[in-house]
Ligand binder design. Structure first.
Ligand SMILES: [Zn+2]
Length: 165
């Protein structure tokens, strides 16, 4: 189940990355939050974005601004801050998505399934009882790109309404 969870979209993800030279996450870090970049939050050390090729709608990535690929490379204070942002993301998004549960985790290294092994990122994936029911929650939008834009706008509003720290 775990292998299935974060590998389904990897083919598209890798293809997408190769279309841009350099690191897809660094590319996101350099951009302003917008529906195009899917960046919903960014500060000096952390960026939060919607995954363009999600396992589930609302699949978010939380990553350090620095291009580093492993947990030991992250300074302890930065790691604590990174996970404080993960905490805030779940708190913000849970009522918004009406999520029943979350998969939160890191694939470190290509052997572990990391789509972008050079740039550490935490997957934050909302889950619902029977997951297929989610479309009832976002039934107003049917097209994937529109759904992502809609999710982005809702998340961005929450980030602006409730400060991270
Ligand atoms: Zn990077």
């Amino acid at each position: 189940m775990t292998q299935y969870l974060w590998s389904e979209w990897r083919g598209e993800y890798v293809k997408h990355s190769s279309e841009h030279e350099g690191c897809f996450l660094c590319h996101a870090v350099e951009r302003e939050p917008s529906p195009d970049t899917l960046v919903v939050y960014r500060d000096d050390s952390v960026v939060v974005l919607l995954n363009r090729y999600p396992y589930n709608p609302g699949h978010l990535l939380v990553c350090p601004v620095k291009h580093i690929g492993t947990i030991p490379e992250v300074e302890p204070n930065d790691l604590a801050y990174l996970f404080n942002v993960v905490r805030r993301v779940v708190k913000l998004a849970e009522p918004l998505f009406r999520a029943h549960g979350w998969n939160i985790g890191i694939n470190q290294g290509r052997a572990a399934g990391a789509g972008v092994p050079g740039h550490l990122h935490v997957h934050v994936v909302p889950r619902w009882d029977g997951d297929s029911n989610f479309m009832a929650v976002v039934a107003d939008v049917k097209v994937v790109s529109q759904r992502l834009e809609s999710l982005w706008a809702e998340l961005r509003a929450e980030f602006e309404r409730i400060p991270l720290s």
